[in-house]
Design a protein around this ligand. Structure first.
Ligand SMILES: NC(=O)c1ccc[n+]([C@@H]2O[C@H](COP(=O)([O-])OP(=O)(O)OC[C@H]3O[C@@H](n4cnc5c(N)ncnc54)[C@H](OP(=O)(O)O)[C@@H]3O)[C@@H](O)[C@H]2O)c1
Length: 240
């Protein structure tokens, strides 16, 4: 039977590529998003993947949204925690709001989405939780104390929860992309982007599809022995 997958932030960028790849792999996919209705409707029209609007930063909204997806598509077998934001500033200029927004979305959002699906996965003895962290959670990044902390937190979450899920057929893994050519990266000034590319040994930005293929593998039955791990996909920019 086709598995049901939710991809948070699944209507744009890396998440959209993941949603499409999981659909092509035979899953029933739900794509969540936060507020960009136009992008979401365009994505839905193009792919036929149903879209659901709620903020991963809001626990009750996540629980309600997941219940709606389960009513429409069936119990969630695969959760891809992809939604993420940046609010960059050097620490001496970083506001409490910039800190809290990023932690609430990138780290608390992972709790808010995983907690409501966890017991169902335990009962059904199958689950895949895949979280999109970041190279900057591994190495740190200037002006990203908030983002790097949230993404490093995602890796600790993954390693701890993998130990709890193992006996119940649930794998919990993370992917750390390097710089990928999505809106998030194209929003930085061109000069900064050129400087970033100069630091990537393969000499280019990554593509969203290259991350999506990692997700499809981790979500598959073939990856059942892999849990608590991190796939690093960064063009050789940083070795862990
Ligand atoms: N791009 C990179 O180079 C890169 C590198 C490493 C890691 N990552 C990580 O990869 C993930 C995807 O990045 P991206 O570049 O594809 O981002 P993006 O193009 O900016 O798209 C972000 C997606 O997340 C959604 N989103 C944001 N806040 C949300 C919230 N509170 N609740 C639900 N959905 C929310 C957005 O919804 P709306 O469309 O409604 O705004 C959008 O669909 C992020 O976790 C990011 O940190 C990206």
């Amino acid at each position: 039977m086709a598995r049901t997958a939710i991809v948070t932030g699944g209507t744009r960028g890396i998440g959209a590529a993941i949603a499409v790849a999981l659909k092509q792999a035979g899953c029933n996919v739900a794509a969540n998003y936060a507020g960009n209705d136009e992008a979401a409707q365009g994505f839905n029209a193009e792919t036929g993947i149903p879209v659901y609007k709620w903020s991963v930063a809001d626990y009750d909204a996540c629980a309600g949204g997941i219940a709606q997806v389960e009513a429409d598509l069936g119990p969630v077998d695969i959760l891809v925690n992809n939604a993420g934001i940046t609010r960059d500033a050097p620490f001496h200029k970083m506001t409490r709001e910039q800190w809290t927004d990023v932690i609430n979305t990138n780290l608390n959002g992972v709790f808010n989405m995983t907690h409501p699906v966890w017991n169902g996965m335990r009962e059904r003895k199958f689950g895949r939780v895949i979280t999109i962290s970041s190279i900057n959670g591994q190495k740190g990044q200037f002006a990203q104390a908030n983002y790097s902390a949230s993404k490093a937190g995602d890796l600790g979450f993954t390693k701890a929860l993998a130990q709890e899920g193992a006996r119940n057929g649930i794998t919990v893994n993370a992917i750390c992309p390097g710089y990928i050519g999505t809106d998030m990266v194209m929003a930085v000034p061109e000069k900064v982007r050129e400087a970033i590319i100069a630091q990537i040994p393969v000499g280019r930005l990554g593509e969203a599809d290259e991350i999506a293929r990692c997700v499809v593998f981790l979500a598959s039955d073939d990856a059942g022995f892999i849990t608590g791990s991190t796939i690093t996909a960064n063009g050789g920019q940083y070795f862990t």
